[in-house]
Design a protein around this ligand. Structure first.
Ligand SMILES: [Zn+2]
Length: 206
């Protein structure tokens, strides 16, 4: 099966516990050091098999093949990918049956990561996630003071909730561009500076 390594935890010596997001599930698996393996790193998409044994409650990962993306040769894109993919474990840790959405979201993002501004890809992916989870924000009212937002620009706080810039005390983005992002999951009208702002917000958590 295929999956993304969304968490990698080192346990005694060089053994690892991996959280792998597959097409349907979040798997927690053990990887023994010294076994023949492809490269195992945070964020990698791998093909692998699971072996269950009666002796252990946790399955063992084997026959690992790294399904690489060309941009992995670019350290800055790889670093951003690590930040992005690290957001998913805290978000999904309570679920075992995740369904196909999150894997497809990461696969689509990974395929665009090398040719587009990765932060823009991440921000669009997050808008899709919010819609999928039914968390699309109220775009008319301020999260803090609850009154209407009439300003041409707006601040987006965690979960991309809208707020007056004076209430949120953080950088603003164009409101029309933010509306387009959250209505149609398109970051087209956001400048690269605005994408930087939203990326910083995104890193606070999904
Ligand atoms: Zn306000």
């Amino acid at each position: 099966m295929q999956g993304f390594i969304i968490r990698l935890q080192r346990v005694k010596d060089e053994d690892l516990i991996l959280a792998i997001l597959t097409q349907e599930r979040l798997e927690t698996l053990y990887r023994f050091y010294g076994a023949r393996h492809g490269t195992i790193n945070l964020g990698h998409m791998i093909d692998f098999e699971i072996e269950h044994s009666l002796k252990s409650s946790i399955g063992r990962v084997y026959d690992v093949i790294h399904l690489g993306f060309p941009w992995l040769l670019d350290p800055s894109r790889t670093r951003l990918w690590h930040y992005f993919i690290s957001l998913f474990y805290p978000h999904l840790r309570e679920s075992e049956e995740t369904g196909g959405f999150y894997f497809a979201l990461l696969k689509d993002a990974a395929e665009r990561w090398g040719t587009q501004n990765p932060k823009r890809v991440a921000v669009e992916a997050y808008a899709r996630l919010l819609r999928y989870e039914g968390r699309t924000p109220d775009r008319k009212h301020c999260f803090f003071c609850e009154s209407r937002i009439h300003d041409p620009s707006v601040s987006l706080i965690r979960a991309f909730q809208y707020a007056h810039t004076d209430c949120a005390h953080r950088s603003a983005v164009d409101k029309h561009a933010a509306d387009e992002l959250l209505k149609n999951q398109s970051a087209l009208f956001l400048s690269d500076e605005e994408i930087d702002t939203l990326w910083t917000t995104l890193l606070e958590g999904l």
